[in-house]
Design a binder for this molecule. Structure first.
Ligand SMILES: Cc1cc2nc3c(=O)[nH]c(=O)nc-3n(C[C@H](O)[C@H](O)[C@H](O)COP(=O)(O)OP(=O)(O)OC[C@H]3O[C@@H](n4cnc5c(N)ncnc54)[C@H](O)[C@@H]3O)c2cc1C
Length: 491
């Protein structure tokens, strides 16, 4: 039986980063991935000359001193072909037919917003100064016990919507400031300020696309793990965790092979991880029930548009377009029609002035696709085609030449995510954080089995920034945070 120091379940960003950190610390790791392709939400698929991203489109804060820089320097990911998005407007938010640009840099951002909303100049300056401070104090989240207005624990207990409502008198300004974040599920009654502020701050610092797609991140991390002696295996679905003497002693792969390890890290959804462990007195029923009952964020529908050659000029910014007035919503209101779309342009690999493909993302609830959970057919295809048409119609208001220049449309729904990344009900960002139930919805990497830890977007903060931070929190359980911070500071 193969034996490793650490078995890691899942080769998404969280699994690969944990594999990288622990390999650097001298552990012999084995990352097990159920799919034929590594990367989870970082997977890219190719159709002809076009490469489409699935669950990753852009990151923020890659410049020196910014949120993601030291993390990506540590992971040796800074030399990938990152493309800085338009500093004069990395995002364009369109509400009630009017466009608002988000420039990079806190001061420039504040100046631009104040041009649009001169009567809120002071409030905008306070808001951007607040976001800046949140970013500057991000590393405090790594040090237990530090508590000030800008650390994770205090921000997690505050409502993002309440914060914006207290800060601004003009509801349109609140909607504009939130407009580039609607895919993160802007649920007024639940979203913690931490999630909203960390992510918005990192994008306002600087925004970046990756020429060639998110799979480059996964390939680079996997290559580094292998070069340090670790293994990354595909087509290796973990089907059971075997317990012996109160520890997980091995995992079963594809129901046939046993792989042993001293420690196990799972990046699967916590409820799904526990479902692979047969009944044992070491896992209390209440813990299992708690994980199973956690609410998850909604899913996303993506219309991947392959375009006719040299028809749509490449735009180095995202477009966020709204049909209604507010991107803030009650969770269940999302069902009604296509009211919002994020448009992401694929960076041309050839240096052409035109893009070969565009992704349009819009929220989608599990209930919308659950009728086809156990079998798809023509009705499902018709449903997807209808949704894609709605997305194209909405975006055509901003890009009138789009419709006639579409060569082909591919789609993905929450069902696709359930099947390709194993996310619970196709949720885009995993367990929903709720500022009023903080200790219920914020999870520690530690499980009730002492050599089994969790990692990935379900625990703390979703997205590339959040998952990278969480990888450190998880590995700190094995090697201590102090030594990891030293490594992080020295690069
Ligand atoms: C549509 C979409 C767009 C997004 N856009 C952005 C963006 O632009 N910027 C950003 O920062 N973030 C974005 N995100 C979020 C970001 O991609 C995720 O937060 C992050 O990649 C999640 O990483 P993870 O490792 O936690 O999970 P995942 O990527 O889901 O990885 C989990 C892995 O575990 C594997 N697995 C599951 N079960 C098993 C098993 N039994 N055995 C073996 N392997 C198993 C899965 O196949 C998968 O590879 C987006 C997400 C979505 C869905």
């Amino acid at each position: 039986m193969a034996k490793y120091d650490v078995i890691i379940i899942g080769s998404g960003l969280g699994g690969l980063e944990c594999g990288y950190i622990l390999s650097r610390k001298g552990f012999h790791v084995c990352v097990l991935e159920q799919n034929s392709q590594i990367g989870g939400c970082l997977q890219t698929f190719r159709r002809g000359k076009a490469s489409f991203d699935t669950g990753f489109h852009y990151v923020g804060g890659l410049e020196e001193g910014q949120s993601l820089h030291s993390l990506f320097r540590y992971f040796d990911l800074l030399d990938l072909p990152w493309q800085k998005m338009d500093e004069d407007g990395f995002s364009e938010v369109i509400i009630q037919g009017k466009s608002y640009l988000f420039p990079s840099g806190h001061e420039r951002f504040a100046d631009k917003m104040s041009e649009y909303f001169p009567h809120q100049r002071k409030q905008i300056a306070d808001y951007t100064a607040f976001l800046k401070k949140v970013g500057e104090n991000m590393m405090n989240s790594f040090v237990p016990g530090v508590k000030n207005d800008f650390t994770a624990s205090t921000l997690l207990e505050r409502s993002a919507y309440g914060f914006l409502q207290n800060g601004f008198d003009d509801p349109l300004l609140i909607n504009v400031l939130s407009g580039a974040s609607f895919t993160m599920e802007l649920c007024a009654e639940k979203l913690p300020l931490y999630v909203f502020a960390q992510i918005n701050n990192s994008f306002i610092q600087s925004a970046w696309r990756l020429k060639g797609g998110g799979s480059l991140i996964a390939e680079k991390l996997a290559g580094s793990i292998r070069s340090m002696g670790g293994e990354v295996r595909t087509n290796a679905k973990v089907t059971r965790l075997n317990e012996h003497n109160s520890l997980i002693s091995s995992v079963c792969v594809n129901n046939e092979e046993e792989v042993a390890g001293k420690y196990v890290i799972s990046s699967m959804h916590p409820a799904l991880t526990l479902s692979l462990i047969p009944d044992t007195p070491n896992i209390r029923k209440i813990y299992r029930i708690r994980m199973e009952n956690m609410a998850n964020t909604h899913g996303l529908f993506t219309a991947h548009l392959q375009l006719k050659q040299n028809t749509i000029p490449y735009l180095n910014r995202n477009i966020n377009i709204f049909n209604g007035t507010s991107p803030w919503n009650d969770v269940d209101e999302r069902c009604s029609g296509t009211t919002a779309a994020l448009v992401s342009f694929q960076t041309p690999e050839s240096g052409s002035a035109y893009t070969s493909n565009i992704d349009i993302l819009t929220p989608m609830l599990w209930q919308e696709v659950s009728p086809w959970a156990n079998g798809r057919g023509t009705e499902y295809s018709a449903f997807k085609a209808q949704k894609a048409d709605e997305c194209v119609d909405l975006v055509s208001k901003r890009l009138p030449q789009l419709k006639e220049n579409i060569e082909r449309i591919y789609t993905s729904t929450p069902l696709t995510y359930r099947d390709y990344t194993g996310t619970y009900e196709g949720s885009a960002y995993g367990i929903r954080k709720d500022y009023s139930h903080l200790f219920y919805t914020l999870l520690s990497p530690q499980t009730q089995i002492s050599n089994l830890w969790l990692t990935g977007q379900n625990l703390n903060l979703h997205g590339v920034l959040g998952v990278s931070m969480t990888s450190f929190f998880t590995c700190a359980k094995l090697v201590g945070m102090e030594s990891l911070i030293k490594d992080l500071e020295s690069g």
